[in-house]
Design a protein around this ligand. Structure first.
Ligand code: FAD
Ligand code: COM
Length: 524
């Protein structure tokens, strides 16, 4: 018998397509659809945990708790599970970054080979945003289908939750109790606090996809210098706009390896991005109909004024902890992050917190893992969760991945640091056709300095890999696994023994093999 035969005879069974339609209707008019309930009548056990918020953290925690035999409930105001990632955060960001990479290629080769002439042309930003809004319900529907039919998760969706006490919540007039509450309410964009911050045309990552109602003009201002700022800024730039980035500190401080950061910023500038570091926005002024018209910022060189009809603010995210503080008195830090111990337990006994709500790093791996660790703790396991030494990435027009130590950090700790990099140090600098791999071959042949940058940092004494840094495409996947091997003590000899799938996005295997024969390791 196929595994869904029973489910399909259940009147509440929906196919993925039916879920997509229901979710679309609920997003259009939440109250018409009402609460979406999946609560088992055949399970009389009390809930072990209620996950308050059904994003990555709440959904993965729920799935794990269920998998180990517990009973859970997850509640969310949205009509789908999966949270901000598929709705307004990671997924649109990846769509926009994909477009940025494609458009950089198209604009670089404009009018040659098979590329159309793009000189002076802008690309519609609104069309891409609209495309995302139409397409996002597919992934939403998969989340609901998988959660209900395959993971046996119990949920109430499309209804805001009110936390009543440490074991009770109220959702759409129904009261639910559990042994433990797991707070998984995520984070929200920090908004500018200057005159004009609420003018039409001032956006953040969430409002961009929900409310963009017209095509942005020729000049777009991005405020911020971290991941979201550069990712969206590069997309706008690749769409043919003048982009001015106003950065309070240094752009992309989070890329700690100096060469890698310099390569990334040089390429961003080369694409025409204007970057003003040390800039503090003091006001946004509007036109007669209440639309943004100008941004004013203080800089070391004096005040700057930029005429624009679009401002994108990317100042970071703040944990959405207010309701939990007010209802339960959970302790938070200065940034509003809920404080937890290594069991993910808050200052209130029986109340756990996970995901973005507990602060940095605000990344999917942490949301999902912390959810599952809380589930294990609630089911009686002694767990210890501390995110350490994780690999990281961001997008410009490129994908930038890194793990472990930067060259500077390694030199501060080790006396014999060895570097393998591509392109090698040479008098013509970067203007050589390597590294090269899928997605960078045209650059390697025609614009060699655009074909990427790679660096492996080693301790020459122990022969261990200390860090890896990559600008190009397609390396993120390898870095997830490489990071585990590096933590386990991966050496240059072991790396050189691996089998490369040439032309491989990361050239580290063959570079290691070229050098591994040396008793005294030397840079390359
Ligand atoms: P969320 O997914 O935000 O879930 C919180 C849930 O709580 C939501 O579903 C919300 O509806 C619900 N909720 C809130 N209030 C209530 C209420 N009163 N009643 C009921 N429900 C409520 N990370 C990566 O690893 N890779 C990326 O590429 C990446 N890109 C990103 C791009 C952007 C622009 C941003 C902002 C973030 C990105 N992140 C990325 C981070 C990632 O999105 C988050 O770390 C992750 O989604 C956090 O999951 P969470 O479950 O903690 O929170
Ligand atoms: C992914 C959402 S976009 S979840 O982490 O699978 O819930």
């Amino acid at each position: 018998m196929d595994q869904f035969a029973i489910s399909r005879s259940d009147p509440s069974f929906l196919t993925i397509e039916q879920w997509a339609r229901k979710i679309e209707e609920a997003l259009e008019a939440p109250s018409l659809i009402g609460p979406i309930r999946n609560i088992r009548d055949d399970d009389r056990r009390p809930f072990d945990a209620i996950f308050v918020g059904g994003g990555a953290a709440g959904r993965f925690g729920s799935a794990y708790l269920r998998a180990v035999g517990g009973r859970q409930l997850v509640v969310d105001r949205w009509p789908f599970l999966g949270g901000s990632c598929p709705h307004n955060a990671c997924v649109p960001h990846h769509l926009f970054s994909d477009c940025a990479a494609e458009l950089m290629l198209a604009r670089t080769f404009s009018g040659s080979l098979w590329f159309p002439d793009m000189k002076g042309q802008t690309t519609s930003i609104k069309e891409v945003v609209d495309l995302f809004r139409r397409g996002r319900t597919g992934p939403h529907a998969v989340m609901n289908y998988q959660s209900k039919e395959q993971l046996d998760i119990e949920f109430v969706l499309n209804a805001p939750v009110r936390i009543v006490d440490a074991s009770t919540v109220e959702v759409a007039g129904e009261v639910f109790k559990a042994r433990a509450l797991v707070l998984a309410l995520g984070a929200e964009a920090i908004r500018l606090d200057v005159p004009g911050h609420d003018l039409a045309g001032v956006h953040d990552f969430a409002t961009l996809v929900e409310t963009l109602d017209r095509e942005p003009g020729d000049t777009m201002v991005v405020i911020g210098g971290g991941k979201t700022a550069i990712e969206y800024g590069c997309f706008f730039n690749a769409c043919g706009r003048r982009v001015v980035m106003l950065v309070r500190g240094r752009l992309l401080d989070l890329i700690r390896d100096g060469d890698t950061r310099a390569y990334v910023i040089d390429r961003v500038r080369e694409q025409g991005m204007e970057i003003i570091e040390g800039a503090t926005v003091s006001a946004i002024t509007g036109d007669a109909v209440g639309r943004v018209a100008r941004v004013v910022a203080d800089t070391a060189a004096g005040a700057v004024q930029i005429d624009t009809d679009f401002v994108f603010q990317a100042l970071g995210e703040r944990p959405r902890s207010r309701a939990a503080v007010e209802a339960l008195g959970v302790a938070v830090d200065n940034n509003g992050a809920v404080l937890v111990d290594e069991q993910l337990q808050t200052s209130v006994s029986g109340v756990f917190a996970v995901g973005d709500l507990i602060g940095a790093p605000m990344e999917m791996f942490k949301a999902r893992k912390s959810g599952t660790y809380a589930a294990r703790a609630i089911m009686g396991e002694k767990v210890c969760y501390r995110p350490v030494d994780w690999p990281d990435f961001l997008h410009t027009h490129y994908e930038v991945s890194w793990l472990g130590l930067s060259e500077e950090e390694a030199r501060a700790c080790y006396r014999n640091v060895v570097i393998l990099k591509m392109p090698p140090d040479n008098p013509n600098g970067l203007n050589v056709g390597l590294p090269a791999a899928d997605r960078t071959m045209l650059y390697a042949m025609a614009r060699p300095h655009m074909s990427g940058f790679q660096k492996l940092v080693l301790d020459g004494d122990s022969r261990r890999v200390l860090g890896a840094h990559h600008v190009g495409y397609g390396a993120k996947d390898a870095f997830q696994y490489l990071s585990v091997l590096v933590r386990r003590g991966l050496t240059i000899d072991e790396l050189g023994e691996m089998d490369e799938l040439f032309l491989n996005p990361t050239h580290f295997i063959q570079l290691s093999r070229l050098r591994a024969g040396h008793r005294e390791l030397r840079s390359l």
